[in-house]
Design a protein around this ligand. Structure first.
Ligand SMILES: [Zn+2]
Length: 47
């Protein structure tokens, strides 16, 4: 299974997995996760 990075469009929380969470565990937004590139994910996480 291919894993990808996803980011919440509301609070910018980054998730790594096969799919973005239906509900953001951080801010509670529904279907707010959008697929992003690994480079973008690392920048969001401060690498
Ligand atoms: Zn969120």
């Amino acid at each position: 299974m291919t894993k990808e990075f996803f980011r919440c469009t509301v609070c910018e929380d980054v998730h790594y997995g096969a799919a973005g969470p239906e509900e953001c565990p951080t801010c509670g937004a529904e279907n707010a996760y959008k697929s992003i590139e690994e480079k973008e994910a690392k920048e969001s996480m401060g690498f």
